[in-house]
Design a protein around this ligand. Structure first.
Ligand code: AMP
Length: 980
């Protein structure tokens, strides 16, 4: 029987059932007998009677197998060698998977002794293909291949056996199958090595890795990976590849970068969609943008703050943005109950904290003198501190008296440092000592028989110009104790006094008290007694001198006499002469000529005024009433000259010649002046029955009325500008040695450009013309409220008395036409002035302007500024408007006069309209009634915003009403006090 044929048939049939398993990714095949197809070109040895190749078409594919079945012959040694298999450089270990059939030896009965049921696997390494040269000795045995299943006829059993060839090191190798007498068919040989395939685990990518033993033959091989794109890890990710091609134990943790969110094995930016953000390296999802931020774009790592909102450095980027706080509210300063030099600032927290709780405050102090403000420096103390305070009050000490301080309190929170904007509230306050300084010593400077000169000093530093003194003295009766029962009182601005009119050889008791500006009450007084000298030439003295043989006394007498003479001569010259002769060295180019020096006043008129023909004048409308007749607005049309608007003053019919001359004398005076701020004379009509004086037309009429009509509507700067014009006009007049005598706002005219011009000139007008003119004891008619004390007392009218009047005009202007000294009688005014009281600062009056007024009202006329000084100071103020920002202290109780009939219930007015009328705000009566404010009780409840809400818009009016309410509330207010 031909076994071979039998076996071939037997084996070939098996192909039909052959199962091809798919290759796994991790197996890298170096040789695959089935896959290669075609003739494999394997070497068989010996050439004959050994391994044979068979082929069969299965499903159109040719499949090959090797078989051998020499079970009958003895000592079989048949080799089947593969082609050269290239090795992967790192694959030191390869797997050889064989599929084969082995026939059961028992199925060959006769030859059971020589029949084998195993074959051997050999391997031989080489660096290159050695072709057909085959030497058995070069092969090492890998394994004996024994079948698990033996095949019998009709029962074919496939075996799959995998053997490992290890420690390979050369470029390639050969495998060989040795048959030693079995009946074997090999259908498939697959040679492969294993890898751990490229993978991504926990966002870390690991490369494909050959699965071979690791260091020291460990079964695990450490592999270093890298985080996937847009992921990061603190430690390098690692993993282990087993020899079986399995990844195990990943180490290290990759997480998506900011702005990226994990999707499967990747980190994606577009998952973090607009309006969302992810700030950190994490595997968290993106979060929605927090409060006060811009919605972010895709893949945002943070959401930027909206404009005006910030994140403090310590704020997390994931947190909301916060804004600046609003300024501290209701900043107030209190000096009450505080010791000298201290005040307490307190405020309320800002309404808006910017959404934060870390509010602190900084306090900045500036001290202001005039318009100049400087930092307060280190000297000033703050309790608890001036920076970074959490409290809402601070006690400021070591302040100096009589300086204006400005305190700025800034509310800050954690983001304030990120903005240049400041949330500040400012308060200005002048610290006045509540008690005046005390007088420390009084001494006699000089004495005579009828006078005593005294001086004294004050205890501590204080602005001397703001301290005034009250000197009381009386004659000391012999039997009297050291106090006076009745005494004379003098109010003084200086710490010296010269008391005249005393009796010779008499002891006088003196008491001096210092008065600080606001206290009005004196400190403890110092008492001294001094006596006058005996009368010069009195028998007693001469006798005394002779009796004492007193040559020395004689010398003293001579010295005293000389002094007296020198003093007398000084008195004769008079301080006002010094005032004009010493300082006004520069004589004006032109000097005013008194028309009375002309024998015929008509000559004077013709000399200084040009005659106008009445036909050139057209009267249009009565605009005022003068002492001598009506004043018209009209047109002047002189042939060859431009038509001009003019004011026409007429002389009423029935005048006397004296009245006519007085009337025209104004033109004689006016005609001598030519200045921007002096009303310009166009001409006169004298040659006709109806005499007329024609002047330039001033559209806005008299200044006092104009200001009353525009109360609160003009800025300090504009008001000071008007004063500047008046001062310039007055300087011109004083340069021409003209003394006006009736300078008052009612005598200033205002044109359409709000230029102010001095008007109302005339010789008799002070006596006749001015409704304010009051007969004085000396017989003259004088506008008391505007006139300097020396002019009232002894008719000493000089430019210095005009300066006093200018001070009153300044006050009228700054008070928008308020009547000086309100409803006080002329007598009360004179008394107050003599007692050193002065008008208080008008509301909102710049401090520098008020100081200038006070200078104009110095008792000693030689100390008053000259118009030249006034003009240059006003110019200076106008050049630096900041200098007008410091506002003089204003006392509403004094400056808005409340009726003296104030009731005990605190509401002296019977109706709201009566009250409004008293404060000259009647125009708002309807606003109050429309708003339902019909009783004074309701008025007292009103706050600033309520006043604004009912329609009072002008700041001046708002203040006037608010201050009045304040004054009404303050029952303790002393209404008549306005001491300076
Ligand atoms: P007098 O007689 O100068 O006091 O003038 C009486 C009033 O007439 C003044 O108060 C003004 O209202 C008005 N008045 C006088 N002169 C002028 C003028 N030049 N332009 C406009 N109004 C004038």
């Amino acid at each position: 029987m031909d076994y071979r044929r039998t076996k071939r048939i037997l084996f070939f049939n098996v192909f039909m059932n052959c199962v091809f398993i798919s290759l796994q990714d991790k197996e890298k095949v170096l040789l695959d007998m089935v896959e290669s197809g075609g003739e494999l070109g394997w070497l068989t040895w010996p050439d004959q009677n050994g391994w044979e190749i068979a082929q069969q078409a299965v499903n159109g594919t040719l499949l090959y197998s090797y078989f051998v079945c020499n079970v009958e012959a003895r000592e079989q040694d048949n080799w089947l060698r593969t082609t050269f298999i290239q090795r992967h450089p790192t694959a030191t270990r390869v797997f050889v998977e064989m599929r084969f059939l082995v026939r059961d030896c028992n199925s060959f009965n006769a030859h059971s002794l020589t029949c084998k049921e195993t074959f051997n696997l050999y391997a031989s390494e080489a660096d290159a293909d050695i072709g057909t040269s085959f030497r058995k000795g070069q092969f090492r045995k890998v394994a004996t291949i024994a079948p698990d299943e033996i095949s019998r006829v009709g029962n074919m059993r496939f075996n799959i056996e995998t053997k490992v060839v290890e420690n390979l090191s050369r470029k390639g190798f050969y495998l060989a199958f040795q048959d030693i007498g079995a009946c074997v068919a090999i259908y498939s040989v697959r040679v492969y090595y294993k890898t751990c395939p490229a993978t991504v685990k926990s966002l870390a990518a690991f490369p494909e890795t050959v699965a071979v033993a690791g260091v020291e033959n460990q079964a695990l091989r450490e592999v270093v990976g890298a985080c996937v794109e847009n992921a990061e890890s603190e430690d390098q990710p690692r993993i282990y590849c087993t020899v079986d091609g399995e990844w195990v134990v990943p180490v290290g943790h990759c997480q998506c970068s900011p702005g990226y969110e994990a999707v499967d094995d990747t980190c994606q930016a577009d998952v973090c969609k607009p309006g969302f953000f992810k700030a950190s390296v994490s595997n968290e999802a993106c979060e929605p943008c927090p409060k006060n931020t811009h919605p972010s774009g895709p893949g945002a790592v943070s959401c930027p703050c909206l404009e005006g909102f910030y994140r403090a450095p310590e704020d997390p980027m994931t947190g909301a943005c916060s804004g600046l706080p609003s300024p501290p509210k209701t900043l107030t300063s209190t000096t009450a109950q505080m010791a000298i030099g201290k005040l307490e600032l307190s405020w309320s927290p800002p309404g808006d904290t910017g959404g934060r709780s870390d509010i602190t405050y900084n306090v900045v102090c500036e001290r202001c003198e005039g318009s100049v403000c400087l930092p307060c420096g280190d000297k000033v103390r703050y309790e608890p501190s001036n920076i970074d305070i959490k409290e809402t009050s601070v006690i400021v000490s070591e302040l100096e008296p009589h300086l204006n301080y400005t305190f700025t309190v800034e509310a800050r929170n954690g983001v304030s440092q990120l903005s240049s904007q400041r949330a500040t509230s400012t308060i200005s306050t002048a610290l006045h000592y509540t008690d005046p300084p005390s007088v420390t010593g009084m001494r006699l400077v000089e004495r005579s028989a009828k006078s005593l000169s005294l001086s004294w000093s004050v205890s501590r530093r204080a602005n001397p110009s703001t301290i005034h003194y009250k000197l009381m003295y009386c004659k000391k009766e012999k039997d009297e104790a050291k106090t006076c029962k009745t005494f004379t009182v003098l109010f003084l601005e200086k710490n010296t006094a010269e008391i005249g009119g005393l009796s010779p050889s008499t002891v006088y008791l003196f008491q001096v008290q210092a008065l600080s500006p606001e206290s009005k009450v004196g400190s403890n007084s110092v008492e001294e007694e001094f006596s006058t000298l005996p009368e010069v030439g009195s028998t007693a003295v001469i006798l005394g001198a002779v009796a004492g043989g007193g040559v020395i006394l004689l010398i003293v007498l001579v010295v005293l006499l000389l002094r007296k003479r020198r003093k007398n001569s000084h008195t004769r010259q008079g301080p006002e002469d010094a005032y004009f002769s010493s300082s006004e060295q520069l004589k004006p180019l032109k000097t005013y000529v008194d028309p009375h020096t002309y024998e015929d006043p008509n000559t004077a008129v013709l000399k200084f005024a040009s005659e106008i023909h009445p036909s050139h004048i057209t009267k249009q409308k009565v605009i005022g009433a003068g002492e001598f007749g009506e004043v018209f607005r009209g047109i002047l049309k002189v042939p060859g000259r431009k038509e001009a608007a003019v004011a026409i003053k007429t002389l009423k019919p029935g005048y006397t010649e004296k009245q006519r001359q007085d009337f025209l004398s104004e033109a004689s005076i006016m005609g001598q002046f030519s200045h921007q701020n002096i009303i310009r004379l166009e001409g006169v009509v004298t040659k006709f029955k109806h005499a007329m004086i024609i002047t330039e037309y001033m559209e806005n009429g008299a200044l006092d009325k104009y200001l009353r009509d525009h109360d609160g509507e003009m800025l300090s700067f504009q008001l000071v500008g008007m004063l500047r014009g008046i001062a310039a006009g007055m300087k011109y007049l004083s340069d021409m040695s003209y003394v006006h005598r009736d300078l008052a706002a009612r005598n200033i005219l205002v044109n359409s450009n709000l230029e102010c011009k001095v008007s109302d000139f005339g010789l008799s007008r002070v006596l006749e013309d001015d409704p304010e003119g009051t007969y004085t004891t000396s017989g003259g008619k004088i506008p008391i409220r505007w006139t300097a004390p020396e002019a009232i007392a002894y008719r000493k009218f000089t430019s210095a008395s005009d300066v006093w009047s200018f001070g009153i005009v300044m006050w009228e202007v700054m008070a928008f036409g308020e009547r000086p000294y309100w409803d006080m009688s002329n007598h009360e005014v004179m008394k107050a002035i003599n007692e050193a009281f002065r008008l208080p600062a008008p509301m909102d009056c710049p401090s520098a302007v008020y100081q200038l007024m006070l200078q104009c009202w110095l008792q000693d006329r030689s100390k008053r500024p000259r118009f030249q000084d006034i003009l240059s100071l006003l110019d200076k103020l106008l050049k630096s408007p900041d200098s007008l920002k410091t506002i003089a202290d204003f006392d509403p109780r004094v400056s808005i006069r409340l009726p003296s009939t104030s009731g005990s219930d605190g509401s002296p007015f019977r109706s709201v309209s009566e009250w409004l009328e008293s404060i000259k705000m009647s125009q708002y009566s309807e606003n109050f009634s429309m708003a339902g404010i019909v009783s004074m009780e309701q008025v007292l409840q009103m706050k600033s915003e309520d006043i604004r809400n009912i329609g009072v818009r002008l700041p001046g009016h708002l203040k006037r009403i608010a201050y009045s309410i304040l004054g009404l509330k303050d029952q303790t207010s002393t209404l008549s006090v306005f001491a300076v």
